[in-house]
Design a protein around this ligand. Sequence first.
Ligand code: COA
Length: 176
Amino acid sequence: MKSISFNPFPVLKTERLTLRQLSIDDDKEIFLLRSDMEVNKYIDRDPCGTIEEARKFIQKITEFVDQNNGIYWAITLENNNLVGTICMFNFSYEISQAEIGYELLPTFQGQGIMHEAITKVIEYGIHNMGLKSIEGFTHIENLPSSKLLEKCNFKKQEQKDSNSNELFVLYKLSTV
Ligand SMILES: CC(C)(COP(=O)(O)OP(=O)(O)OC[C@H]1O[C@@H](n2cnc3c(N)ncnc32)[C@H](O)[C@@H]1OP(=O)(O)O)[C@@H](O)C(=O)NCCC(=O)NCCS
């Protein structure tokens, strides 16, 4: 895995989408995303309670990316409004591996948007970051997420670690 710098920020484009840097102007959409019960249903986190919390989250992510500890994109359609996010984090340099996470506002789900976004992000991870594998954890009942990963050639892993949470399944994409 190459030594990584996300400066300048890697804006990615697909047929319908622009994946761009998160901005403080995304506070309303980040609040909606992180407070939505449907989006949060299978994600192990406390829901966002106020717009101020959303702003703090954006600041935290901005620092995280500035320090090259992870990469976090706002997924946008043609009007530049954030409809979801996709990120890679937990970098393991020794084995050239990262973990992936993603979420979409409910109105935009089921239209192939995340498939389009994740395909581009995987391509960036392999070609620009030198990743050899990407992991994704998903709740056992999160069918849309499992189907998305399987469609992108992630394989379900047997977790033998007794510390692992039985409610979450590990998927892995390997290039070797
Ligand atoms: C998981 C999630 C990102 C999927 O994004 P999406 O844009 O709706 O997914 P896509 O439209 O690209 O669909 C990808 C595949 O998933 C499947 N899928 C999507 N929505 C589905 C649903 N509601 N039920 C069953 N399968 C579904 C489709 O089969 C599709 O494959 P196909 O084109 O062969 O039919 C979205 O449902 C979401 O944001 N969920 C809430 C947040 C979340 O759970 N994030 C994951 C945490 S690990």
